[in-house]
Design a protein around this ligand. Structure first.
Ligand code: C5P
Length: 222
């Protein structure tokens, strides 16, 4: 099974989209595939960490050895994340819906004649920011950011706002447009207190194993 430098440590990873119901058959969601988060959970497990993977609805098989917790909504994801604490390492890859329909109908909403009803939205909790500011803050809190422009500047601001240790930022749109969602490859920047690193484009599994190697190095020197 190879060296296990994270043996004895606990990790949690959020992954995938959230689905926010409108009624029993409809939801608001997004196209996140969950691939990057599942790959990171697999790499943390391989390195010996006891890993909880809190996943929104995706069509991926869970990596061997992880504790999988499946959720639908952002509020469920926050509750499952808090249940998984305390942890040494927390990685937030999930594409959490920023908003949810304020009212959820008990039965299927019927078509009406005339103008359709407006959907009123309520703000979802920010899971990453909540955990970063909590009393049981993990030693290493890592957020992700998808940006269309000014990747490093935006991610640097996001790191400060969310109070996480690292932001893994990727460019969506422009040259690498099609593809980050659902694709097997990705190109990221790592933003931390010391500055930023640009990584070449690589497979999401390769990003996961390099990220875990960086986590190991950081915790060894902490
Ligand atoms: O603000 P933004 O959505 O761009 O931030 C992305 C980061 O914050 C990701 O790590 C994502 O998993 C996390 N996040 C979260 N809960 C939210 C929104 C974002 O944990 N409601």
């Amino acid at each position: 099974s190879g060296p296990q430098p994270l043996k004895g440590m606990k990790a949690l990873v959020t992954a995938g989209p959230t689905h926010e119901p409108l009624d029993p058959v409809r939801f608001l969601g997004n196209r996140s595939s969950g691939k990057q988060g599942y790959a990171i959970a697999a790499a943390l497990t391989k390195a010996g960490a006891e890993t909880t993977l809190i996943s929104g609805p995706v069509s991926l098989d869970p990596p061997a050895g992880v504790n999988l917790v499946k959720v639908e909504t952002a509020r469920d994801m926050l509750a499952a994340t808090e249940t998984a604490l305390p942890a040494d390492i927390a990685v937030f890859t999930a594409a959490v819906a920023d908003w949810r329909p304020e009212d959820v109908a008990d039965s299927k909403i019927k078509k009406t004649s005339g103008a359709p009803a407006a959907i009123r939205l309520a703000t979802n909790p920010d899971i990453l920011a909540t955990v970063s500011h909590a009393g049981r803050r993990p030693r290493l809190v890592i957020g992700f950011a998808a940006e269309t422009n000014d990747v490093v500047a935006q991610a640097t601001q996001k790191r400060a706002k969310k109070d996480c240790d690292w932001i893994v930022a990727n460019e969506v749109g422009g040259a690498v447009a099609d593809g980050v969602f659902g694709a097997d490859r990705n190109q990221v920047h790592i933003i931390d207190a010391a500055g930023h690193e640009e990584w070449p484009e690589m497979d999401k599994n390769e990003i996961a194993s390099r990220l875990v190697a960086r986590i190991v190095k950081t915790l060894e020197h902490a």
